[in-house]
Design a binder for this molecule. Structure first.
Ligand SMILES: [Zn+2]
Length: 428
């Protein structure tokens, strides 16, 4: 399959800005031509007109719980602890594999429409999530979320996590990779973490967890263990494997040094953190400490939606509020966090995150026709501060179109929505 996107404006790398009138050639799964000025030759199976459009690297949602689309609007305006303990955990005990499958498809439809090409997910009934991802065509780092508050839960939870990680690693033509996910330092003890590190090393896969999300969590952990969770995890050698640490809102300088020294990723989830009033993660400080930062929505149950444009915009806005400096987290940096930062976090840093010859062809085509993108002085700024998911007209993963001219090509959206409305009745 040879695709030409003709005469399109392109953001090859955020720091480079926008390059006008480029012919972009996609051959099988990769970009094979990025011809500035146009003039790419040869035969093409499909030609997409790029006039009045902008191609950007695929957006990466580096922390979510996809099937929690089931809990969108289910328990809003509550603090994290009450949200989890009184509303979400009791509801999750009633979850079935069928529900996880259909609400994963719902989340995948929403993500494709919002220009997300890859994501990191941790949840339950992960075989169903993986099946949905395989069908929908996205790229994903998937893991079973281990919660083992009592010793009797340790073995069965680890078994489930290991079985899933082994069976889906490298599946769906390499689009699915797996990770191990102890839910957090306060829901999993030292034994779980030690065993997880051992297994992650054996399988050469990352660990994806929640870290320092609320002040209360960090204070309680400190009181119980005499040290903050990041230091405790370091002593258990957790950072000797690649780590995606979601949230990182309440971090000491030493915590940031630890993440930086080990090449771990802090996944900033600004909507979820704001909605649960957790605080604002010190993104500018994390970046200057040398930490890789990615962006995530968290689950739709806590964030409301799975919109990476919103996360990019909030990362830029909250970064300025947090530091008191309007120069903090400028638009190119916000876009880099949402694309390349996420690609690095998911372990695809060498193959994804930019639009260059030889890279895997994950990309998002935006229409520039809407009033909110006019007059277009700086299209990169507009992507961060003004664009909406409704501007997305094309989405490619590994060179395969998942959305073209507004039409989802891999998911029967009406059928999925109807099924999800029906399944949600149980939770009314
Ligand atoms: Zn989460």
């Amino acid at each position: 399959m040879r695709i030409l996107i003709r005469g399109v404006a392109v953001i090859r790398k955020p720091e480079e800005g926008v390059v006008p009138k480029v012919d972009v050639v996609i051959e099988d799964s990769r970009y094979t031509g990025v011809v500035v000025g146009g003039g790419a030759g040869g035969e093409f199976d499909r030609v997409i007109e790029g006039e009045g459009r902008l191609l950007i690297p695929g957006l990466v949602n580096a922390h979510t719980h996809l099937a929690m689309t089931l809990f969108r609007g289910y328990a809003d305006d509550l603090p994290l602890r009450r949200w989890l303990e009184e509303r979400i955990w009791p509801a999750e005990r009633k979850l079935t594999p069928e529900e996880v499958y259909w609400f994963s498809l719902l989340g995948l439809a929403e993500m494709i429409r919002a220009g997300t090409t890859a994501f990191a997910d941790m949840y339950f009934f992960m075989d169903e999530v993986a099946r949905a991802v395989e069908e929908a065509g996205l790229r994903a780092l998937l893991s079973y979320g281990i919660i083992a508050p009592t010793p009797d839960r340790i073995e069965p939870e680890l078994e489930k996590a290991e079985k899933f990680a082994r069976s889906w690693l490298g599946k769906a033509g390499g689009r699915i990779r797996t990770a191990l996910s102890p839910h957090a330092s306060y829901t999993c003890g030292a034994e779980v973490w030690r065993e997880t590190v051992r297994l992650a090393k054996e399988l050469k896969i990352p660990i994806h967890t929640h870290l320092a999300e609320t002040q209360a969590e960090v204070e309680e952990f400190q009181a119980r263990h005499g040290q903050p969770p990041t230091l405790w995890l370091e002593q258990l050698n957790v950072f000797s494997v690649p780590v995606l640490a979601a949230h990182c809102v309440h971090m000491t300088e030493k915590d940031m040094e630890i993440l930086a020294a080990h090449g771990a990723t802090a996944v900033h989830c600004p909507t979820s953190n704001a909605k649960l009033a957790c605080g604002i993660a010190p993104v500018a400080e994390l970046l200057s400490a040398g930490v890789n930062v990615a962006l995530g929505t968290d689950g739709a149950g806590s964030a409301g939606d799975l919109d990476m444009f919103e996360e990019m915009r909030l990362a830029a806005l909250l970064g300025k509020l947090k530091t008191g400096e309007p120069e903090a987290i400028p638009a190119p940096q916000a876009l880099a966090l949402a694309s390349r930062g996420g690609a690095v976090a998911l372990g695809w840093g060498k193959e994804l995150g930019t639009i260059e010859e030889g890279r895997r062809a994950d990309g998002v085509l935006l229409s520039l026709a809407a009033a909110h993108l006019c007059p277009g002085h700086n299209l990169l700024s507009d992507v961060v501060y003004a664009a909406h998911p409704s501007d997305v007209v094309g989405v490619f993963v590994d060179g395969t179109p998942l959305l073209l001219e507004g039409e989802l090509l891999t998911i029967d959206e009406e059928r999925v929505k109807a099924k999800c409305r029906q399944l949600a009745q149980k939770y009314r």
